[in-house]
Design a binder for this molecule. Structure first.
Ligand SMILES: O=C(O)c1ccc(O)c(O)c1
Ligand SMILES: [Mg+2]
Length: 626
């Protein structure tokens, strides 16, 4: 179906917005009146600019406080409407949104409002335009799409129809299935928005916290399915009032928006196959079966610091790439690659960020299918030259410019370690690390929604509620995403002096700040890596006193934890153990964890104490903070 986005959803001036909307692949835009008035272009010029960008003006909005007024307000409202219809003719759009009234003098009454709209329909017809009526969920008399529909039904005029907006329906907890009985051809336009579940005043929530479908907690796909079930086949348009988006990069926000609309239609057709959706077919979301490898980009000079840490964590060199200066380090099921190539993507990543995670290889059920889905959802394909006989591994640009590669066990890609690498067959001792528990990506706070949308739409994934992590120098928000066996935490820093904020500055942008490895016996792993010189983070005595008090731990266990600098947490399902390395200069570090029972979290209650301890290591004792 054709997609559109309201100009209010993006930052910048009209010219910048149009460029971003076109680049993201939309077909049309809603012109918000304020954006038009604020611009210095005439209506005809705006119309031409929009069409020069290959876009249509899908809607002009909003017209406020029209229906149910006594005189003289009523006459004024009709005169105002006539002026706006003329403006629409100049802009070159035939649809306007009238939102339900908040006028203090309005009188309500369904038949009175319907009569006003009937008369307005004649005026609209004279101007060759149509009017769509939308229930604002805080409207005075009409705040429910069922009432707005009743007004439209009784207005009984071909130029008067209904406009639905998922926020107003779902925000008020109105059953979206009530839409199914509305005739699709009486729905003139559909606006889509999601929002996080926060209990607050509806108007304030709507004007500041809306986000893209899939980014929030509303059941936008149930709304979408109900709309499709009416036979509606018109525009799908994003109308997102969001403080962050208004300040964000318009191209990124627009791209996320288009991705969310494609994903929403795809979700709707998968949830209800009887619905017809005008969207090319592409594969369904799949779970990640395993993180097959993590690749670091570094330089020959800087590689030693990294490989010393790998070696201290129990990893051993186990092979080399057949044509590139890439070493494979192995332990248990974990494959880490150290790439010192002076050319190509690894070099670019190193130059941009310093030693950094540049690629992540994911095992999925069908690599080509995951690649096809990702690109259908507007992920950018990544290509790099390969040597003769090497595997061509499908890859996309992931969040913050890193690369995600797709592997599977059903195709030749399963032979990556035999084809692209010369591996040594010696047996590795290791230190008891068996897998990757999670990857933590650090980013500015306003990139978090974008990242979580990326993972949750491309993969079959679920997200945990956002948690606050208290750094001594500010708040960091953390959102965990899980797809099959892959766990990723997205950490969004607002304050620059937080450990996460400093990492973003040091590594010039978002990237992986830590990797948590899984051990089946963390005490044994701790002893083994201590012997290899693992730079364990020292955790203070106060922490262990509190821990013993909080969980009523056996003193012998508390003592073992304290001696090994292991942190501990519990939830309803089980126990969690965490051992941290000291942070590298730029703030990068390793973690070793053990999950027992069905523990689902990531040790968030420990984060403030871990961060404080990490910050202490970065400053010699007694030195004042600069
Ligand atoms: O917040 C508002 O006033 C407003 C205006 C127009 C809309 O379409 C809408 O959903 C909300
Ligand atoms: Mg709306």
């Amino acid at each position: 179906m054709k997609t559109s986005i309201a100009t209010v959803s993006l930052s910048g001036n009209l010219t910048e917005k149009l460029a971003a909307i076109q680049a993201a692949g939309f077909d049309g835009i809603e012109i918000f009146e304020q954006d038009f008035i604020a611009s210095d272009f005439s209506p005809t010029e705006v119309g031409r600019m929009v069409r020069d960008h290959g876009l249509e003006i899908t809607l002009f909005q909003p017209f406020r406080d029209f229906e149910g007024l006594p005189e003289p307000h009523r006459n004024r409202a009709f005169a105002r409407a006539a002026r706006k219809f003329e403006l629409m003719n100049q802009l070159g759009t035939d649809l306007v949104l009238f939102c339900s009234s908040l006028h203090p003098a309005a009188m309500g009454g369904i038949d009175r409002m319907a009569a006003d709209f009937h008369e307005l329909g004649d005026l609209a017809a004279q101007h060759g335009v149509r009017v769509g009526y939308e229930a604002l969920c805080w409207g005075r008399f009409v705040n429910d799409h069922r009432d707005a529909w009743e007004v439209v039904r009784r207005a009984d005029h071909p130029n008067i129809g209904l406009i639905l907006d998922s926020f107003h329906t779902l925000g008020r907890k109105i059953d979206p299935d009530s839409i199914r009985s509305i005739p699709g051809d009486r729905i003139f336009f559909v606006q889509l928005a999601d929002a996080p579940a926060i209990d607050m005043d509806l108007l304030y929530w709507s004007r500041h916290f809306r986000n893209m479908p899939g980014e929030g907690d509303l059941e936008v796909s149930a709304f979408m399915r109900a709309v499709l079930a009416t036979g509606y086949d018109g525009w799908l348009s994003l109308e997102i009032f969001n403080d962050q988006f208004r300040a964000g990069l318009p191209r990124l926000v627009a791209l996320d928006g288009h991705r969310s609309l494609i994903a929403l239609q795809d979700r709707a057709r998968r949830e209800e196959p009887a619905l017809s959706v005008d969207l090319p077919d592409f594969p369904p979301p799949a779970p990640v079966e395993q993180i097959e490898f993590i690749e670091f980009a570094t330089s020959p000079e800087d590689a030693t610091e990294l490989t010393d840490l790998l070696s201290a964590t129990g990893f051993e060199p186990a092979g080399n790439h057949v044509s590139k200066p890439v070493t494979l380090w192995r332990q248990g099921n974990v494959n880490l690659l150290v790439n010192t190539d002076a050319h190509g993507f690894a070099r670019t990543s190193f130059v941009a960020h310093g030693t950094t995670v540049s690629e992540i290889g994911l095992n999925v059920p069908d690599a080509q299918a995951s690649f096809a889905r990702a690109t259908a959802l507007l992920a950018q394909p990544h290509t790099q030259e390969i040597g003769a006989g090497e595997l061509s591994i499908p890859a996309i640009r992931g969040v913050s410019g890193s690369v995600i590669r797709f592997l599977d066990s059903a195709s030749d890609l399963s032979r990556i370690w035999q084809v692209d690498f010369r591996t040594e067959s010696k047996s590795l001792n290791g230190a008891g690390i068996i897998g990757i528990d999670h990857i933590a990506q650090t980013m500015p706070y306003d990139e978090m929604l974008s990242s979580s949308l990326f993972y949750t739409e491309i993969f079959e994934a679920s997200k945990s509620p956002m948690v606050d992590v208290i750094d001594p120098d500010g708040l960091v928000r953390s959102q965990a995403i899980r797809s099959g066996k892959m766990r990723v935490t997205l950490n969004g820093a607002e304050a620059r002096r937080t450990l996460a904020g400093r990492f973003i500055e040091e590594s010039l942008g978002s990237s992986v700040q830590h990797i948590a490895f899984a051990s089946a016996d963390i005490f044994a792993t701790a002893a083994a890596i201590q012997a290899r010189g693992f730079p364990a983070l020292r955790i203070g005595a106060n922490y262990y006193d509190d821990l013993a008090a909080r969980f009523g731990l056996d003193p012998a266990l508390t003592d073992r934890l304290r001696r090994a600098n292991i942190m501990y947490d519990e939830d309803a399902g089980g126990q969690f153990f965490q051992l941290y390395s000291m942070p590298r200069k730029d703030g990068f570090f390793f973690e070793v964890v053990q999950r027992q029972g069905n523990y689902q979290g990531y040790g968030a209650p420990n984060a403030p104490f871990r961060i404080a301890a990490q910050k202490r290591t970065a400053r010699p004792a007694g030195m004042p903070r600069v």
